[in-house]
Design a protein around this ligand. Structure first.
Ligand code: TRP
Length: 461
């Protein structure tokens, strides 16, 4: 056991799991997906998914992880035999694919940091063009995401406590403070109120099937659920920790950061007369515009700190994504941590190459497929397949696994360690109901609807 490593304390786990949860998903993706899907209406559905489905699934994943002390493949295999092990393996595969594109976007954030600090980004007039030219430049993509991958690999190589826990504990609070400062600034700009209204006053006519399943996929992605990242992190915590309590903290922090990111971005977008449905460029374009309007030195300072922190938020997430396949190789194949990190990082980086070519550098990957009435980039396809569809599917399989195979009783047994009054409590009844009844039904149903709507153009709502 000693060689697997573990977190030093409850706070260590919360910081690392919150670090995994809070990332580009919250600050980059949540605002643009919300912007494309009706703002406040999306926010409402998102929060409902997070607490009704996300939190119970998180508790389930962490419990399975702590009980088995293994990576997702090992965990399912230990409790469910060979037949279930493939579920864990599929999760690991999703993680690998997610990291392959995630690392590219992290590279954009890193590149923006460098351009703001040392380049002429703050003097650019056409920020939207700048973003599209920038993401179309293959060599920039290549260099910045390479640096990011190497950094991620280095931290994961250093191990659970020194690398993952130590990094997360410092970076998470700093990010929070910067967000609050930009929000205060943004709320005082002209037309900020329109942005706040878009974000907080729901227009229910905007809710349709697409809103509902995008919000579900986004909820799973943001909480890092559905592929076993939290089985892996759960395997590093002690029997004295209260799983329900820790998972609740992680869920609240993640939701708070996504919420604040929206509150930061929409006033800025509306005050500059931009469209909230700009897509993946939203945060990059709107924020730089704001930094340009500040007095030069201040703009540079705030801009650099913002993108630096975005990189840090991304880094605590990329390390959690890389940790999963690495733990798999260390546990199952008995490879050394070093060899596992080097081999996995190289594979994932290579798998990311088509995503780097997805924004104009190559026509093939920029117009890779056509469905849902639009042309999709390679990166879009990877996102649709490996998170919008697969993460809720992973949650579905986990809940079925607990309901049918591991059983609610074993789940309660595991959770009650570190939480003495759990058994017999209302909370126990609630989680049992959600994990063994509600999640399997709702997630199974949503999986079918999502696939039908996305790939077959059949929409029930
Ligand atoms: N949750 C992270 C974010 O919001 C991304 C992430 C990290 C992730 N680990 C994961 C997503 C595991 C799915 C599964 O940016």
């Amino acid at each position: 056991m000693a060689s697997r490593g573990g977190f030093s304390s409850k706070i260590g786990f919360i910081a690392a799991a919150a670090g995994s949860a809070v990332g580009l998903g919250n600050i980059w993706q949540f605002p643009y997906v919300a912007g494309e899907n009706g703002g406040a209406a999306f926010l409402l559905i998102y929060v409902a998914w997070i607490f009704l489905i996300g939190l119970p699934i998180m508790v389930g994943e962490v419990a399975v992880g702590r009980n088995t002390g293994a990576n997702p493949f090992g965990a399912y295999k230990k409790l469910g035999g060979k037949k279930w092990a493939w579920v864990g393996f599929f999760g690991i595969l999703c993680g690998v694919m997610i990291l392959s594109f995630y690392n590219v976007v992290a590279g954009w954030a890193f590149g923006y940091f460098v351009q703001l600090s040392f380049g002429d980004l703050l003097q650019q007039k056409e920020l939207s063009n700048y973003f599209y030219n920038y993401t179309a430049d293959f060599s920039d993509n290549l260099i910045y995401s390479l640096v990011f991958m190497v950094l991620t690999g280095f931290i994961v190589y250093r191990g659970v406590q020194k690398g993952i826990e130590g990094t997360s504990k410092v970076l998470m609070p700093t990010l929070f403070i910067i967000l609050i400062l930009i929000i205060i600034y943004g709320l005082n700009l002209p037309n900020a109120a329109d942005g706040v209204a878009f974000y907080l006053v729901p227009d229910f006519s905007l809710i349709n099937g697409a809103t509902i399943y995008s919000a579900l996929g986004q909820a799973f992605f943001s909480l890092s659920l559905g592929m076993g990242a939290l089985i892996t992190y759960g395997s590093y915590i002690s029997k004295e920790d209260n799983i329900v309590n820790s998972a609740t903290w992680v869920t609240i922090s993640d939701t708070l950061v996504a919420f604040l990111a929206g509150l930061m971005i929409f006033p800025l977008v509306f005050s500059q007369g931009q469209s909230p449905s700009e897509g993946p460029g939203l945060v990059f374009i709107a924020l730089v515009g704001i930094f340009q309007n500040m007095p030069p030195l201040l703009g540079k300072l705030v801009g650099c700190s913002f993108f630096l922190l975005l990189c840090f938020a991304a880094l605590t997430s990329t390390i959690s994504l890389l940790e999963v396949p690495v733990a798999f190789l260390v546990d199952q194949k008995k490879w050394s941590r070093k060899k596992s990190v080097i081999v996995m990082s190289a594979i994932i980086f290579a798998l990311g190459l088509p995503s780097m070519l997805s924004y104009g550098a190559s026509d093939l990957f920029s117009n890779f497929a056509y469905y849902e009435g639009t042309s999709k980039t390679f990166m879009d396809v990877v996102q649709d397949l490996f998170f919008v569809v697969s993460l809720p599917l992973g949650g579905f399989l986990l809940s079925i696994f607990i309901a049918r195979h591991w059983k609610a009783k074993s789940l309660s047994e595991e959770i009650s360690q570190g939480y003495a009054s759990y058994k017999g409590s209302v909370i126990e009844k609630y989680f049992n109901l959600m994990i063994t009844m509600v999640c399997p039904v709702v997630l199974g149903f949503m999986f079918i609807l999502t696939v039908l709507q996305k790939f077959f153009g059949v929409s029930i709502f």
